[in-house]
Each structure stands twice: as structure tokens, then as C-alpha cells.
Design a protein around this ligand. Structure first.
Ligand code: PHE
Ligand code: FE
Length: 300
């Protein structure tokens, strides 16, 4: 159906919030309109895929690269979710669903709790190739989906979804604490491997600039994983992170997040948040950032 006009995301409205303009999308599950992708769309995928794979050898965790190989994503054109689902469901029982974009928190948590991973069906335009504010197909599919092939990480994501439903019921402070954990693990996490630090966070692996920055720049802090410390730590949404947190293994992440968070949330309401770039006495410091190039405001 090459005569078909390219499909367009159904953006419902833009919400003005304290985080700026946030697009709101239709929340239903949509079938991936694969025939609607243009030659440009496929070329964007191919360009980004080739560039990131090259950058990520020796930088991404062995788990990530191995999982991505095992999934068999096509490098030359946008993969079909139905094909990926056959491999993924057989491996860990996870399933991709197509969505229009960022979902309301509770919808998102509910999908994760049921091993459904929402993937934005549309891809950025050629002029957005280096930077896009909101998650698109490349970020979601290339960045998030491979690790769902890993049994431990797959369980972590489901547990996070259930934890999200719970935090949502407890209130906005609990939700903020939990969101920081997601940010500093799923999106921007580093892992320590035998020959050095490696990337597993989706926000890093899907960004060419941050893939290098996160590991090689002297500017950011690299600090050992500490659950409650992370839950207190503010973060950046519009610049590279000032601090990355390092896990030793996905098993460590799973074990640390196993306990009921309810008493932790209660305890944290008594404590101040920590600015994104601060290093504490109690931190296990892999690298103390020089802070070069940091902007002084804008932590969320
Ligand atoms: N154990 C957490 C709770 O009780 C749930 C959770 C698991 C959150 C894994 C994040 C990751 O709320
Ligand atoms: Fe993401």
C-alpha cells in the first residue's frame, strides 16, 4: 500500500505543566501501521541502528548486546512488532503493544505489571535524528525492548509495574520516589562488568551523545547503586545526567527492590531531595564528576 499517506500520531492535546509542554496522546493500544512507514522512516531507523550498534560495542553491557542479537531486530528497516513478539513471548512472556506516545502513569504501570511493553509506533523525522524530546519508536524499541529478553530484567520490569500501581495509590511523593528509581536504572543505569563500566539504560543506549558522555566524560559522577539515595535524587530531563548510578548485576537490582517500599516512602517524606549533581559522604564513588558544562538550574 505504498500510495497510502504516512500515518500520523493522534496527539490529543498539549498540557502545560511545570515540566513544560507535555503532549497527551490517545491511550488505546494501536496496531503498528507498518505499511504506512515511508522510505524516510525506514532510513531513519537504519541510520540510527547502524550508528548506535557501532558506538555500543564495548560500551553497552554484554547483556544488552546479547539480548539485542537474540531478538533479531532488522537493522535495515523498522521491525514488525508481531515478528519481535514471537521471539520475546517465547523467551520471557513479554509482549510489545503499539501506542501513540507517553501514557498516563497508571496505564503505563498496568501494562508493565501484565508484561506488556508499550512501544511508540512512530519514528522521529530526519531533522530530529540527533535529539528528540519525547520517546519515539527508536528509543522504545532499540533502547528498552532488548533487555526484556533477559529473565531477571524482565521480572524487574514487571515488579516495577506492580510497584507503580501501589505507589500511585499511596500518593504523589511515593510516585516521585519510584520515578527516580526508574530514571536512574531503566533509563540511565550503568552496570559494572569485569573489564569496566557499561551502559544498560535505554535513555543512554538510544542516544549517540550520551553513550559516550555517560562512560567517557569526566563531567558526571558515577556512583554505586543505593536504593534510598536514588529515590531522593533529582534528575535532568533536558541535558545529559549529572550523575549515573552503577549496579553490579541485575540480580543486585532485583534483590534491592524486592522489599515492600511502603515504609521507605514514609521515611523519605522526612528527608530533603538531593540535587542531581551532589556527591554525599556516604556514596561509593566510582568517579567524582568535574561538573564541567553543568547548568546550575533545571533539576526536576
Ligand atoms: N518492592 C517494591 C514495592 O513494594 C516494588 C518494586 C519492585 C518497585 C521493583 C520497583 C522495582 O513497592
Ligand atoms: Fe524510555
Amino acid at each position: 500500500m505504498s500510495s497510502q499517506a504516512p500515518a500520523q500520531p493522534r496527539r490529543v492535546e498539549n498540557l502545560h505543566t511545570d515540566k513544560g509542554k507535555v503532549p497527551v496522546y490517545a491511550t488505546g493500544i494501536v496496531e503498528q501501521p507498518w505499511d504506512g512507514y515511508t522510505a524516510d522512516d525506514h532510513a531513519t531507523w537504519a541510520t540510527l541502528y547502524a550508528r548506535q550498534r557501532e558506538l555500543l560495542v564495548g560500551r553497552a553491557s554484554a547483556e544488552f548486546l546479547g539480548a539485542q542479537d537474540a531478538m533479531g531486530m532488522t537493522p535495515d528497516r523498522i521491525p514488525k512488532y508481531t515478528a519481535l513478539n514471537e521471539v520475546l513471548e517465547a523467551a520471557t512472556g513479554w509482549r510489545l503493544i503499539g501506542v501513540e506516545g507517553l501514557l498516563p502513569e497508571l496505564d503505563f504501570f498496568d501494562h508493565l505489571a501484565n508484561r506488556r511493553f508499550p512501544v511508540t509506533w512512530w519514528i522521529r523525522t530526519p531533522d530530529q535524528i540527533d535529539y528528540i524530546e519525547e520517546p519515539d519508536l527508536f528509543h522504545d524499541l532499540f533502547g528498552h525492548v532488548p533487555l526484556l529478553m533477559n529473565p531477571v530484567f524482565a521480572d524487574y520490569m514487571e515488579a516495577y509495574g506492580r510497584g507503580g500501581v501501589k505507589a500511585h495509590a499511596i500518593g504523589p511523593d511515593a510516585l516521585q520516589n519510584l520515578t527516580r528509581l526508574y530514571w536512574y536504572t531503566v533509563e540511565f543505569g550503568l552496570i559494572r562488568e569485569a573489564d569496566g563500566l557499561r551502559i544498560y539504560g535505554s535513555g543512554i543506549v538510544s542516544s549517540s551523545g550520551e553513550s559516550v558522555h555517560a562512560l567517557e566524560s569526566p563531567a558526571p559522577n558515577r556512583i554505586g547503586f543505593d536504593l534510598e539515595r536514588i529515590m531522593r535524587t533529582r534528575y535532568r530531563i533536558d541535558t545529559y545526567q549529572k550523575t549515573y548510578f552503577v549496579i553490579d548485576s541485575f540480580e543486585q537490582l532485583m534483590a534491592a527492590t524486592e522489599p515492600d517500599f511502603t515504609p521507605i516512602y514514609a521515611r523519605l517524606t522526612e528527608q530533603d531531595s538531593i540535587p542531581a549533581g551532589t556527591v554525599l559522604e556516604s556514596d561509593v564513588v566510582h568517579h567524582r564528576g568535574t561538573g564541567e558544562g553543568w547548568s546550575t538550574d533545571g533539576d526536576v
